[in-house]
Design a protein around this ligand. Structure first.
Ligand code: NIG
Ligand code: FE
Length: 392
C-alpha cells in the first residue's frame, strides 16, 4: 500500500459538512490530506499529519475536490466557428447546426473521434476536471451512436446515450420512425456502453410524448435519466424529468414557477450550463431563484462545437458568479459536489475519508480566486485517484 501526503494546505475545500465547519464547502485551514491506494485515508490539521511514503507541499495554497463536469458532448468532428461568428453578429442560436456536426462526425474515423475526445479531456483535466460525463448524439445511426459511446467509454464511466439529440435529416418527415429506431435497435446497440439516457426535449427537437417514450425505453433497460430541458424556451422538459426521477435536468434557462416548484423537494438536480448562454448570447438562467427554492444546482461545461465550445470549469464558475447570482462558494460547490449529485455519485466531489483522491491544488490561496481571477490558469496540479496528472 503506497501513501501520499498533500501537506501544508492553506485552505481546503472538503464539501464535507462537519469536517471542519466553514459552511457547505466544509472549509479547513492549515490542513493536510493523506491518500492511500487512490482514496482519501485521512483529512486533518497539518500539524497532526501522519507519515507517508511521499509528500506534496501545497505551499499554503488552496486545495479543492476535482471538478465534476457532468454534461459534455465530446464525441464529434469538425467545428462551427463560422456559426459562432454569425451569432456574435446577431444571428440567433436554434440548434440547427447540430446536423452539420452529425455529418462531420459520421464521416470521421474512430481514431479521429478518439483524438478529439482525448484532446478535450486533456484540456479539462489541466483545468481541474477529474470526472466527466460524455454524451453521444452526433452519430444518430445505430452504428454511429454505438461507436460514439464505445469511444466515450474509453474515457469515462459516465456515458450517456443521446440518440434523441435531433431528428436526423433522413428522418425529417417521419419522426415517429426515428423514435422507433432510437427505442429499438439504436438503444440495443448503445446500452452496453451507456450508463445514462438523455433527450433534447425542446421545440424543434423532441416533443414531450416522444421524450417520455424514449426515456422510458432507456429506463426499462437500466439506464438512468437525464434531460436537455428548457434551454431555448419554456416547455415541459423539466417537469418530465422530475416525473421520471431524472438524476438531472440540464440547461433550465427558461423556467416557470411550476418548474421550480417541481424541482424543489425532488431529488432531481438542476444542471446549469453558462457556457451555452455565453456562446449563444442568450440570457443566463437565474441560479439564485433555484437555490432559494432549495433546488440542488450543478454547473457543467456542455462542451460541444455548437453552443458551448469550452472545456473550462473555472470559466463556468466565474460566469455563474458574475451572471447568475451565485456566490463563489455556491458556484464551487455546484461545480464539484453538485456535479457528483447530478451523476448520483458519492465517491467524488468531496474530500473526506473513503472518497476518491481527486483534487486540485491552486496557484492561489483561496477558492475565491476561481471567480475573482477569471481567465487566469490557476490550476497548479491535479491528482486523479491519487495520481498526479500532467502539469499544465
Ligand atoms: O446542449 N441543446 C442541445 N445540444 C447541445 C448543443 C449541440 C450543438 O449545437 O451542437 C447543447 O447545447
Ligand atoms: Fe448539452
Amino acid at each position: 500500500m503506497s501513501s501520499l501526503l498533500v501537506d501544508n494546505i492553506g485552505e481546503l475545500v472538503t464539501n464535507s459538512v462537519g469536517a471542519g465547519g466553514g459552511g457547505p464547502l466544509g472549509l479547513r485551514h492549515d490542513a493536510a490530506v493523506l491518500v492511500e491506494d487512490g482514496l482519501v485515508a485521512w483529512v486533518g490539521p497539518a500539524r497532526d499529519a501522519p507519515a507517508a511514503d511521499r509528500r506534496i507541499d501545497a505551499e499554503g495554497a488552496a486545495v479543492l475536490p476535482g471538478f465534476v463536469d457532468s454534461h459534455a458532448h465530446l464525441v464529434f468532428a469538425g467545428d462551427r466557428a463560422a456559426e459562432f461568428a454569425a451569432r456574435m453578429a446577431g444571428e440567433p442560436y436554434t440548434g440547427g447546426g447540430i446536423r452539420t456536426t452529425v455529418g462531420a462526425t459520421r464521416a470521421a474515423s474512430d481514431d479521429e473521434l478518439r483524438a478529439t475526445v482525448g484532446r478535450l479531456r486533456g484540456e479539462g483535466m489541466r483545468q481541474g476536471t477529474t470526472t466527466i460525463e460524455i454524451k453521444s448524439g452526433y452519430g444518430l445511426t445505430v452504428a454511429d451512436e454505438a461507436r460514439s459511446l464505445r469511444i466515450a467509454a474509453e474515457f469515462t464511466e459516465d456515458t450517456t446515450f443521446l440518440g434523441a439529440h435531433v431528428v436526423p435529416a433522413e428522418y425529417a418527415d417521419r419522426p415517429d420512425d426515428y423514435v422507433g429506431l432510437v427505442c429499438g435497435p439504436m438503444l440495443a446497440a448503445a446500452a452496453p456502453y451507456a450508463r445514462w439516457i438523455d433527450v433534447f426535449c425542446e421545440r424543434g427537437a423532441f416533443d414531450v410524448d416522444h421524450a417520455r417514450a424514449i426515456l422510458a425505453c432507456g429506463q426499462a433497460v437500466g439506464l438512468g435519466v437525464r434531460v436537455h430541458a428548457n434551454q431555448l424556451g419554456p416547455g415541459p422538459g423539466v417537469r418530465l424529468g422530475v416525473e421520471l426521477g431524472a438524476a438531472s435536468v440540464d440547461h433550465c434557462t427558461h423556467l416557470t414557477d411550476a418548474d421550480v416548484d417541481a424541482l424543489s423537494g425532488s431529488p432531481t438536480v438542476a444542471t446549469l450550463l453558462p457556457g451555452a448562454e455565453f456562446s449563444t448570447r442568450s440570457p443566463y438562467p437565474d441560479a439564485r431563484r433555484l437555490l432559494d427554492a432549495g433546488v440542488t444546482v450543478a454547473l457543467a461545461t456542455d462542451c460541444n462545437p455548437g453552443s458551448s465550445y469550452t472545456s473550462s470549469m473555472p470559466f463556468c464558475v466565474a460566469l455563474a458568479v458574475r451572471e447568475m447570482r451565485m456566490t463563489p462558494a455556491e458556484a464551487v460547490w455546484a461545480a464539484t459536489a453538485g456535479g457528483a449529485a447530478a451523476l448520483r455519485r458519492s465517491d467524488i466531489g468531496r474530500l473526506a475519508r473513503g472518497a476518491r483522491a481527486d483534487l486540485m491544488i491552486l496557484d492561489a490561496p483561496s477558492y475565491l480566486h476561481l471567480a475573482y481571477r477569471p481567465g487566469v490558469p490557476l490550476i497548479r496540479q491535479v491528482l486523479r485517484n491519487g495520481v498526479p496528472q500532467c502539469r499544465p
